[in-house]
Design a binder for this molecule. Sequence first.
Ligand SMILES: Nc1ncnc2c1ncn2[C@@H]1O[C@H](COP(=O)(O)OP(=O)(O)OP(=O)(O)O)[C@@H](O)[C@H]1O
Ligand SMILES: [Mg+2]
Length: 473
Amino acid sequence: MNFRFADLRSKRTADAALGAPLARKEPTVAAPLSAPPAPLYQSGRHDGTQDYLDLKVRLHQKLIEEINLSVLDRVDRGDLKHEIGGAVARLLADEDKPLNTQERERITDELVDELMGYGPLEPLLKDDSVNDILVNTPHQVYVERRGVLEETNVRFKDDAHLLRIIDRIVVRVGRRVDEGTPLVDARLPDGSRVNAVIPPIALDGPMLSIRKFSRIPYDLERLVEVGSMTKACADVLKGVVKCRLNLLISGGTGTGKTTLLNAVSRYIGEKERIVTIEDAAELQLQQRHVCRMETRPSNIEGRGEITQRELVKNALRMRPDRIIVGEVRGGEAFDMMQAMNTGHDGSITTVHANSPRDALSRLEQMVSMANLDIPTRAVRNQIASALDVVVQIKRFADGVRRIVSVQEITGMEGEVVTMQEIFRFKQDHIDTEGRVIGRFEPTGVRPHFYETFLANGLEAPELFASGAQGGRA
Ligand SMILES: Nc1ncnc2c1ncn2[C@@H]1O[C@H](COP(=O)(O)OP(=O)(O)OP(=O)(O)O)[C@@H](O)[C@H]1O
Ligand SMILES: [Mg+2]
C-alpha cells in the first residue's frame, strides 16, 4: 500500500496517550495492560552503550508522538522503513547525534520492529537456526538452537514492554490476555505456536514461549539425514501409514512428536478425506482434502469452550477417512479409540509419554477420564485392539532427537497389553565432543504387519530382511 509519512502523522490519539498497545485493531481489549509508551530495549544485535539505548528510547517516543498508530497495521514494511528512516535522520539532526549509515540503518530497523512487529523478538524470529524462544522475564530470554538451550542477551525494557508485545500477538488472533485470562495460546501469522502466562499467575513477570514454525518442514528423508532414524525405520513408518495402521507417536515435551506426525502424514493417500483436530493448529498436511479444526477456550464469562473431545465426536459425523488428533490429552482418547475400533483406520495421534509402555498407561488414564464405568481390562482391550504401532522419540543430551523404539501392539495377555519391539536405538557412549554414539538396530522380530505390507503390495522393507545391519548415529 502506498502512503506517505504525512498519513502516518496525527495528533497523538487518546488511545496512544494512554499507551495502549500499538497497532491494535480493538482498542477495547485488555485495558489493564496499558503501559506508558516507552518501549526500547537492548537488542541482541549489538552491545548498545547506555547512550545508544537512551537515544533509541527518545527516538521511539518521538515517533510515537508523531504518528497515527492506527494505520500501522495497513502499511507495507518497506514503505514504513523508508519513511521512518527519513524521520530518524531529521530527529537525529535535532538531537545533534551523528550516526553513521550502518548505525542509522540499524536503529531504523529496530524502530520498525518496535512499531510494527514483535520488538526485541524480531531478530530471533528471523533467525532460522532458532526453534524455540523462551522469554522468562523481560530480562531473561533463552532460545533453543540445534536441540540445545542457550541464554541470549535480548532484553525487554520492562514488564510493560513485554506485555505490550504479548498483547499485540494475542489480539491479532482475536484472543485476550489480562488478569482475568492470564494464560493464553496464540499463533503468529507464520504459524508459530505461542503461549503466554502473565501475572498474577506468572510470579516474576510475563512469560512467553514460542515454538517457531519450521520454514523447511522435516520430511522423513530429512529426519534420516539429521540422524533421527535410519532409512529402514522411515520405510517402516511410510508403510504403516500407507497401510492405514493406527499409529501413536509418543515422546516427552519438545521431542519432535508433531514434527514426526507431519512427516509421516505425507504418505496418506490423496483420495482420503482427513479431519485434523488440534489445540493449537500446527499440522501442515500436504493433501488437498483436509478439514482442520481447532479447540476454543472458554470466554471471559467461562462459556463457549469447545474441547478436543467434542471435536472428535463431531469429526465422526463428517465422514472422515482418517482422523488426526495433534495430541491426545484427555477424554477424547476414549472417542479416538472407539473410532479406531469402528473402521476409522489409519488414525494418527501423539501422546506425551516417556516410553511406549508409559504411553499406553497414559492412554488408559485418559480413556478412564472419559468413562469411569468401564473396567480396566475392558479399557486395555479397547486400546490393544485399536492401536497397531507405537513409536517413541527422545531428545538426547547432544540435542539430537532420535526414534528410540518402534513397537507393535500384539494383543492382550491376561490383564496386560502386549507389545513387541521391532527396532530400537541403543546408546553406546558419548564422545569427547558430547555427541551420542549408538546404533539403530532391528530386533530381528518380524512384525505381524509384515503380512499387511505385502498384502498392500508394498515391498518388504529392508529392515525385515535377514541380517540387516543397524545404522550408526
Ligand atoms: N528430528 C528432529 N531433529 C531436529 N529438530 C527437530 C526434530 N524434530 C523436531 N525438531 C524441532 O524441535 C522442535 C520441537 O518439535 P515438535 O513441535 O515436533 O515437538 P513436540 O514433541 O510436538 O513438542 P510439544 O511437546 O511441545 O508438542 C521444533 O522446533 C522442531 O523443528
Ligand atoms: Mg507437539
